[in-house]
Design a protein around this ligand. Sequence first.
Ligand code: HEC
Length: 135
Amino acid sequence: MKLNNKLIMLLSAASLALGLASLPSYAEDVTYTVTNGNEMDANSYNGFKLFRNWCARCHGTYGQGMVGPNLADSLKLISKEEFYNTVQNGKVGTIGSMPAWKENTEVMENSDKIYAYLKARSDGAIGVEKPKKAK
Ligand code: HEC
């Protein structure tokens, strides 16, 4: 590897570390990457696994909807804040009712990861298919 490339990698690793350290995970801008069609970065892949554990029985394995609404569609309409708020406090509406998750630390501490996965679904970056974790 050329010296220049090494320097650039070092710099971007350093700024990434700084960026992550300076903000609480809640406020962090949510990003995801999807490569080779279905390979997701570790963060959003974890989000998928958490989603499958806690949310899929109502919203479908990939968020495509079941007794709960299609969240790939929902995320086109609701803001990130509304998402966090609904997850925290639950929602009773015309479709049905969702429990509040505020007592569930695993969901609450990782809701940004769940959001990242669903955002990728909503943007069409990954479809109704099983994601893999990128190497
Ligand atoms: C017991 C079933 C159930 C589970 C489990 C569940 N939900 Fe829901 N969820 C619902 C229902 C039903 C609604 C629709 C409420 C309404 O508007 O009538 C909903 C609505 C939502 C909404 C609002 C969508 C919108 O368009 O406003 C979000 C966001 C959401 N759920 C996220 C999640 C996440 C994230 C999880 C997992 C941590 C989860 N849900 C787990 C049943 C569930």
